[in-house]
Every structure is written in C-alpha cells, then in structure tokens.
Ligand binder design. Structure first.
Ligand SMILES: *Cc1c(COP(=O)(O)O)cnc(C)c1O
Length: 446
C-alpha cells in the first residue's frame, strides 16, 4: 500500500502509532490524547456563546410549555435526570476489574420531545433560526412571551421557510419534530443505517424524509448541496455547526446543578469521569466544552466509539480531523450503534474541543447489547445500543495500562474511591417496544 493518508502511507502510520494495529484489527482500545490540557490558540466558541444559548432556551420555555405538554413538568426546559446506578455498578464489577467510587447515568434517553442527546443541540439550532426570522420580520421581540410562537400566525410565517438536515436518525428526529411543529417545511436526509421506525415517526410528525442508500457523510453532503440552492432554506450542518455545539454545551452548568442538588462533590479529591458515546463528535464535544467550563480540571471526558467506526479517535490521533475517514484505515463503518455510524468526524469539533478530551475508547457491538440488557435487568432503564457505549468506560479506565497511566499522570490513582463515573446514556427514549425487546434479546443471546 503506497497510497497516502494525509502525509504518510498506511504503513508509516502503523509504525509511528502502534495502537493503530489494534484499531485496524477491530480490537477495543483506550487511547490517551497527547494534546489534552493544551492551550488553544484560537477558539471560536466562548462562554458568552453558551450563556447566550442558555438565555435563548429560557426565552423559549413558555413556547415549549404551550406546544409540547410533556415539557410542562420541567417548566418548558428540556433536561434529563441524573440517576445513581449501583446495581449496574455491581454487575460491571462481577464481569471485570473492581471499580471503586460511584456510577451514575445521565439519562438523555429521557430528554423530552425526542428522547436523545440531539434534543439539546438539534432543537436549539431550530429555535435560533426561528427566533432570528421572526425578529427580522418584526413579529417577535426578545422581551415577548414566546408562547405566542405556538400560534397559527407563526406557523404560517415559518411555512415560507425550510430547514434541512442530514442524519443517521436522532438528529433528524429532534429537528424534524420541532421544525415541523413550528411550521417549517422540514427535510431530513437520512443515511441507510437510519431505523425504519424513525423515518415513519418523522413522516407522521409532518417532516419530509429523503432516503439514501449510502452512509451518513453522503446524506449530509447531498442535503447540504440541495439546501444551498434554496435561499429560504437553513441547513443544519452536523459536520460544521457552532450552534449545535453551543446547544449541547448548555448541559455543563445544568449537570453541575444536579450534582449540587444530589449533594455529590466534584473536586480534587472527588474526580468526575464522563464517558460519552461519539459519532461525528458534536454532541460529546459540545457537552465536554460545557463540562469543562463547569468543573474545570476535575472533570475527565472520554469519548467512546464503535470498533468499526472510530472516526473521532482517528481524526485526533492523526491530527487530520475530518480529513481522514475510517475507510482510509480499512474499517467498514458497519455498526448496530446507528447513532455512532459515522465515518468522518466534524472538523469544527476536533479543532474546538480537541484539547479538552482526555482520550478515546472503542467498544464492540456485542457488548453494547449486553450492557443494554444488563441495565434493563438491574436498573430498569431502557436505552438504545449507541447509548450503551459509555458503559465500557470505567472498565477501560481502571482495567487497561493506558487508563491506569492516565490516573497516574494526573495524580488520581489514590482518589478513585471518591470518584464518580457518569455514563452519558445518549438515547433510546423513543424506541418502540417491539424493537426494544429485540435489542434485549440480542443481549441475551450473547
Ligand atoms: C448522535 C448520537 C450520539 C453522538 O453524537 P455526535 O454528535 O454524532 O457525536 C450518541 N448517541 C446517540 C444515541 C446519538 O443519537
């Protein structure tokens, strides 16, 4: 093989980075980010951007209460619970190394409206688009009660505009549901891995679904191309969107508040480890950005990807970010974790969050189903396969040389009894019962 990947051949990459041999062989790995903690020279996103997003979500709360009754109990805020998961911890302990500390589940699977982490970023960008249009038209002032956005006059106005997105499923679901409810003509360009039920549900909600027999990158590219021809169309670009990123980042402060309410400390003696399932990187990247603002050096974020689709790991390891795909390294991007079936990472996130991420881990598909089943058995919580990826985190941290090196390097090895491990359960709330059961049975068969 003499073909170049960036500036080197495959063999040169392999000899420079021996961990690539394991990655190419489809083995589970823990990779530590050598750029972790380095100062960034340029940063596009600031704390002020996140504060602006928090304010915007506050303005929209009355709209959600009016248009989406399921948000009334949370006063129009889209937030998910944080659960202790002691029985799951016990089950993990029985299978691998002993885990000191505490295990918690951040249940984005229970986020209102679309049941996944995409309800953070995706919905936020739709709201921002709607607000800008309505303000420019003179129909809305920032001091208004936004409940009025649920009125017919607004849906009539928004129907002159369209919103488009490329998605493996959940992003489309979040944007489609809210976009269509506001009145936008909403088109979701879906990759072949998107589940049928997600397409059906979107059509039922009034969104237009365009199917591709290709993967996520192609669906995004096609969507972007078609949207560019329509000046009244806003394309939500999962590979390159600051607004999505900022929407996800609002999770940081909110999680901090949940920790305070639960009386759980996060400080030098009580480190916080967060394991985030990663596709294109926007969700976990934005959340990590927010967490770093909230908890500083005491939070340690690890991204988890399927062994068949570790695009973010490859992007960071090679430094090529979005200029490298998993196929370049002979991997096929085939995974049952449909939310993570992404061959190429976001360029934006690699640059913006690359130095905030402690490391990346990979997980095999069969394990995702096992975790899903065990979580249902022990904690009675239902998630989708993608959302189970983070559950490999604690074992990888304490059970691999790389993980233990990380703890040593950051003087954490003797702090682990005070540690909290959070697995970010990124989705699964909308999965129909029948499909949920088939996931469960897949976990039983293994
Ligand atoms: C989209 C998604 C992720 C990852 O988010 P990215 O922004 O693609 O990295 C993780 N889990 C689920 C369930 C998702 O839908």
């Amino acid at each position: 093989m003499s073909e170049f990947i960036g500036t080197r051949t495959l063999n040169e990459w392999r000899s420079g980075f021996p961990i690539l041999n394991k990655i190419i062989a489809g083995q589970e790995v823990t990779w530590l980010n050598p750029n972790y903690g380095q100062e960034r020279s340029v940063s596009i996103v600031t704390s002020a951007d996140v504060a602006d997003a928090e304010e915007r979500l506050r303005r929209f709360a009355p709209y959600f209460e009016a248009a989406f009754p399921e948000t009334r109990s949370s006063h129009g805020f889209i937030e998910s619970p944080l659960y202790e998961a002691p029985k799951m911890m016990e089950a993990l302990n029985q299978r691998g190394v002993h885990l000191p500390g505490r295990l918690m589940m951040k249940a984005d699977s229970e986020l209102p409206i679309s049941g996944s982490i995409k309800a953070r970023g995706g919905i936020y960008e739709v709201l921002k688009t709607a607000e800008q249009l309505a303000i420019a038209e003179g129909m809305l002032k920032m001091t208004d009660n936004y409940a009025k956005l649920a009125d017919v006059s607004f849906s009539k106005f928004f129907s002159q505009y369209s919103i488009a997105v490329g998605s493996t499923g959940n992003l489309g679901l979040s944007i489609g549901i809210v976009g269509a409810r506001l009145g936008f003509h909403t088109t979701v360009h879906m990759s072949h891995d998107a589940s049928q039920w997600k397409k059906d549900l979107l059509r039922e909600k009034g969104a237009y679904v365009k199917e591709y027999s290709a993967d996520y990158s192609v669906a995004v590219r096609e969507g972007r191309k078609q949207a560019a021809q329509d000046p009244h169309c806003h394309f939500i670009d999962d590979e390159n969107s600051k607004d999505l990123f900022v929407g996800y980042a609002t999770a940081g402060k909110r999680l901090k508040k949940q920790f305070e309410e639960a009386g759980i400390s996060v400080d030098a003696d009580h480190p916080l480890f967060v394991y985030l399932p990663c596709g294109v990187g926007g969700g976990p990247g934005g959340v990590t950005f927010g967490l770093k603002k909230a908890f500083g050096a005491h939070v340690h974020a690890f991204f988890v990807e399927p062994t068949h689709a570790p695009c973010f790991l490859l992007g960071l390891l090679t430094g090529l970010n979005d200029q490298v795909s998993v196929q370049d390294f002979g991997l096929d991007n085939k995974t049952a974790a449909d939310g993570l079936a992404v061959p190429r990472a976001s360029a934006f996130v690699g640059k913006e969050a690359g130095s905030l991420i402690s490391g990346c881990m990979t997980v095999r598909d069969d394990r995702l189903f096992q975790y899903l089943k065990t979580l249902a058995d022990t904690e009675h919580k239902w998630i989708e396969p993608s959302a189970a990826a983070g559950l490999i985190g604690p074992q990888m941290l304490l059970g691999t040389d790389e993980g233990r090196n990380y703890l040593k390097r950051h003087q954490l090895a003797d702090k682990m009894t005070g540690a909290t491990h959070v697995f970010w359960a990124t989705g699964g709330g909308m999965v129909p019962k029948k499909i949920r059961e088939s996931y469960y049975h897949q976990g039983s068969r293994i």
